[in-house]
Design a protein around this ligand. Structure first.
Ligand code: NAX
Length: 332
């Protein structure tokens, strides 16, 4: 068999919590497959470089047969050089006293710089997945700043929300989680997201019939999914890391593998599908064909309630875009 060229993956925030849970899974072959070599470009800011060295030492100590190269850097031109995938995990967390607008502006600047560096140094086929929050708007900013890279190559992550939602329904129904399918999380990766339980199937039946309690679905299930990140922080004393890294692996694997009739939630650049405002990065049901092209699944019937919830979440994205673009001097 012909030897495959390595896939070069850049990861920002590589010494952070999610980075620590993510890199070893990429290196072991769980993201791109057990026979696909990978090269890792680990990107941190200067204060993170010492910890990054330790992470790289541990990667070395795993002697992963698939890893061909490990780059450690705080320089974006080096970090994104020649990469096939850019996983933008690092961002500045919200601190006490910081307003949402401050957070949008501070992170916005980071994603302008990263978008430009990806534009200038990554492969033109580079695909970008943004995890660092506010991930939808950060992704939009990176996309706007990478003017030569097609919009279709930018994604933000709602797969963790989808996975969380599936488990909540499986536990309520008393079935294994693999029985839950066709669950799309729509909108912004924020508590306003809408996990559409109306179209979800549990063991091939309508979830609404299996659960039989629409009030629970609206008033307990949806807020539980929306507030799950907060609940993890309260329980663990630290934010979701392993489950977030797992969702990154799931997202990239399912964007690079034919989905064969199923779909998953990914935030993509909207062309106005299902009445979403064109131009924003919003979560929709995504399927991937045999040659690796993704598209938004068509023909899903949305109830009036679902439409209202999705519209409210997208309204929040329009508002985030307005605030961030004003501060950064970007135009729509
Ligand atoms: P950590 O604070 O543990 O790690 C972040 C790392 O990023 C740090 O090592 C920091 O030095 C680095 N960093 C900061 N600015 C950088 C820059 N400009 N370039 C390169 N590296 C930079 O956070 P962690 O728990 O790993 O979370 C990372 C991000 O993921 C946060 O923004 C978080 O809000 C977001 N999340 C997104 C999720 C999603 O579903 N989309 C879920 C999990 C997580 O909350």
């Amino acid at each position: 068999m012909m030897k495959k060229d390595p896939i070069r993956v850049a990861v920002t925030g590589a010494a952070g919590n999610i980075g620590y849970a993510l890199l070893f899974r990429i290196a072991s072959g769980q993201m791109f497959g057990p026979d696909q070599p990978v090269a890792l470009n680990l990107i941190e800011i200067e204060p993170g470089m010492a910890a990054l060295k330790g992470v790289a030492m541990e990667l070395d100590d795993c002697a992963f047969p698939l890893v061909t190269d490990i780059v450690q850097t705080a320089e974006l031109d080096v970090g994104f050089n020649d990469c096939d995938w850019a996983l933008l995990v690092g961002s500045v967390p919200r601190k006490a006293g910081m307003e949402r607008a401050d957070l949008l502006g501070i992170n916005g600047k980071i994603f302008v710089g990263q978008g430009q560096a990806i534009n200038d140094h990554a492969k033109s086929s580079c695909r970008v997945l943004v995890v660092g929050n506010p991930c939808n708007t950060n992704c939009l900013i990176a996309m706007k700043s990478a003017t030569d890279i097609p919009n279709e190559q930018f994604f933000a992550m709602t797969r963790l929300d989808e996975n969380r939602a599936k488990t909540q329904l499986a536990q309520k129904a008393g079935v294994p989680v693999k029985e839950v399918s066709d669950l799309c999380v729509w909108g912004n990766h924020s508590p306003t997201m809408f996990p559409d339980f109306y179209n979800t199937r549990i063991a091939r039946q309508k979830a609404t019939d299996v659960i039989g309690d629409e009030t629970w679905l609206k008033e307990t299930f949806v807020p539980t999914v929306g507030q799950r990140g907060k609940a993890i922080i309260e329980a663990r004393g630290a934010s979701s890391a392993a489950s977030a890294a797992n969702a990154v692996v799931d997202t990239v694997r399912d964007l690079t593998t034919p989905t064969r009739g199923s779909f998953h939630s990914v935030c993509v650049h909207s062309s106005g599908e299902y009445g979403t405002p064109p131009g924003i990065i919003t979560s929709m049901p995504i399927t991937v064909d045999a040659v690796g092209n993704w598209r938004v699944v068509g023909g899903i019937g949305l109830t009036d309630y679902a439409k209202e919830q999705i519209a409210a979440s997208n309204e929040e994205l329009l508002e985030e875009r307005k605030i961030a673009f004003e501060q950064l001097g970007l135009s729509i």
